[in-house]
Write a protein that binds this ligand. Structure first.
Ligand code: KG4
Ligand code: ZN
Length: 340
């Protein structure tokens, strides 16, 4: 079969994304974000996100058609994120995908957002070959996945037991008086800081490491930063924001990469994909590349615009599902906010 032409729709959080791919070739990558509307709330407001998706869906679809020159009549299938994510937000994308599928008599495929974050790397670095591992790090998720087949066989090896990595960045940024979303600000400020100035905890690496081998915890780290900030303020002292940011960032990136590389070694994996917004972090990339090289592991990180939520990743995974001849979803496709 020739490579399938697939349109993908993403609306699980604050980005309305429409992508079009032919197999592993990216043809359109249209995006509209409601992040600016959430900034003053210091976090994503689900109702605001849903409404923004409604307004952005048709213009984003039209942008994707214009970018690619592809007409909806010509696509082989429509893929959409059906979970995990915010229920109201997911519903908008799924309703749009169902409408297109029904109106144009196209097969509909509901796909998993996390698997799509991994699949998108194929658009950048070519088709996957054999077993791989993936580290997904964003504002909503923190997972290590073992990928034997991107469309049919993914195993969750570990995940956060409390805050997501990006969430930890955002919360600590707030403690340090940096704007939301805080990850990029911490990344920037920490460049002038000394990561060894404070000795923040490395959660689930000591006595708990046996039970929580590939799992993460960031809420204790956030509390440690909060205690430090409060203590310094009570003492009437100013602290060096760059040092605190660097030490916090080192703790997160150290644990993330150490456990992920260990998971790769334990499962005989020589390729690691990193996805999600936190993949933009310079320190994380540095640790990952250094440690992976030492272990003989190749790191694949898609360009930043494909790491964060987008429609191309959904189309990329949809194309793999179509290629394998898997059955389409029904037009009753439900959303599943906590899809595993
Ligand atoms: O994947 P994403 O755009 O949206 C989802 O959460 O699904 O990820 C956003 C998260 C935010 O928490 C943001 O602070 C974090 O990624 N982030 C970063 C960096 N850029 C974005 N965290 C650390 N360093 C960065 N450079
Ligand atoms: Zn995501």
């Amino acid at each position: 079969m020739s490579e399938p032409l697939v349109l993908g729709i993403e609306s699980s959080c604050d980005e309305t994304g429409v992508g079009i791919v032919r197999g592993t070739e990216l043809l359109a990558h249209a995006l509209s974000s409601s992040m600016e509307e959430h900034v003053r709330f210091g976090g994503i407001v689900p109702e605001v996100a849903s409404r923004a998706h409604l307004e952005a869906m048709v213009p984003t679809l039209e942008q994707a058609y214009a970018e690619s020159g592809v007409r909806i009549q010509d696509v082989d299938a429509i893929a959409v994120t059906s979970g995990p994510g915010l229920t109201g937000a997911l519903l908008v994308g799924v309703a749009a995908a169902k409408a297109l599928a029904l109106a144009h008599d196209k097969p509909l495929y509901g796909v998993n957002h996390l698997a799509a974050h991994v699949a998108v790397d194929q658009l950048e670095h070519g088709r996957f070959d054999g077993r791989m591992a993936a580290m997904l790090v964003s504002g909503g998720h923190t997972e290590i996945l073992l990928v034997d087949d991107i469309a049919t066989d993914i195993t969750l090896l570990g995940q956060t037991i409390d805050d997501a990595a990006g969430e930890a960045f955002d919360k600590v940024a707030r403690l340090l008086g940096l704007p939301y979303p805080g990850g990029p600000h911490i990344d920037r400020v920490a460049r002038d800081g000394d990561g060894t100035a404070y000795d923040f905890p490395r959660a689930l690496t000591g006595r708990d490491a046996e039970k929580y081998k590939y799992d993460f915890s960031f809420s204790g780290l956030k509390s440690a930063v909060a205690r430090l900030v409060q203590h310094e303020e009570r003492m009437g002292r100013t602290f060096n924001v760059a040092d605190v940011a660097a030490a916090f960032q080192d703790s997160v990136c150290d644990v993330l990469t150490k456990k992920t590389i260990a998971a790769c070694k334990d499962h005989d994996v020589d390729t690691l994909i990193i996805g999600g917004g936190v993949a933009a972090n310079a320190r994380l990339r540095h640790f990952a590349e250094e440690r992976a090289a030492k272990a003989g592991i190749t790191v694949r990180v898609p360009r930043l615009g494909l790491c964060t939520d987008n429609g191309a990743m959904v189309a990329a995974l949809g194309a793999e599902v179509v290629r394998r001849g898997l059955p389409p979803s029904s037009l009753d496709l439900p959303v599943d906010s906590s899809m595993p």
